[in-house]
Design a protein around this ligand. Structure first.
Ligand SMILES: [Zn+2]
Length: 129
């Protein structure tokens, strides 16, 4: 995700992201494209209230198998788990690049799957069925 968007989220929810670091030098904090910004922002707003009154923290945010994954450390109540599941579910219908309605698509070379709208899939050589 672009640095400006990342910084906006981390600054807005300081308790939740207090220990988040890039996994390796030069990597993004949020290892997904910008189309999921709003999903992450909304999830973070809910989780921040919990992070302020407990040890709850986000330790990793990334795209895996075409879906958003958010990994937590600390006490994840049932409600927290529901919020994360809702965000991950939304990501499966939201283009990772541009926020349009999307579905899981395979790359033409066979490597990798991502959730993309038809226009982004065409631009990135993913199969449109
Ligand atoms: Zn798109």
């Amino acid at each position: 995700m672009n640095r400006e968007l990342e910084n906006g989220i981390v600054t807005s929810y300081p308790a939740l992201y207090r220990s988040l670091e890039p996994r390796y030098s030069g990597a993004c904090l949020f290892e997904c494209d910008d189309g999921w910004y709003q999903i992450i922002d909304e999830l973070s707003r809910k989780l921040e209230t919990q992070a302020r009154k407990s040890d709850l923290q986000v330790v990793c945010v990334k795209e895996k198998l075409g879906s958003l994954r958010v990994y937590l450390r600390g006490p994840a109540t049932g409600r927290v788990q529901d919020w994360v599941a809702t965000a991950e579910g939304l990501s499966r219908n939201t283009c990772e690049r541009c926020t349009q309605a999307a579905m899981l698509r395979r790359h033409k070379d066979g490597g990798g799957i991502r959730t993309l709208c038809p226009a982004c899939a065409a631009a990135m050589d993913y199969v449109i069925e």
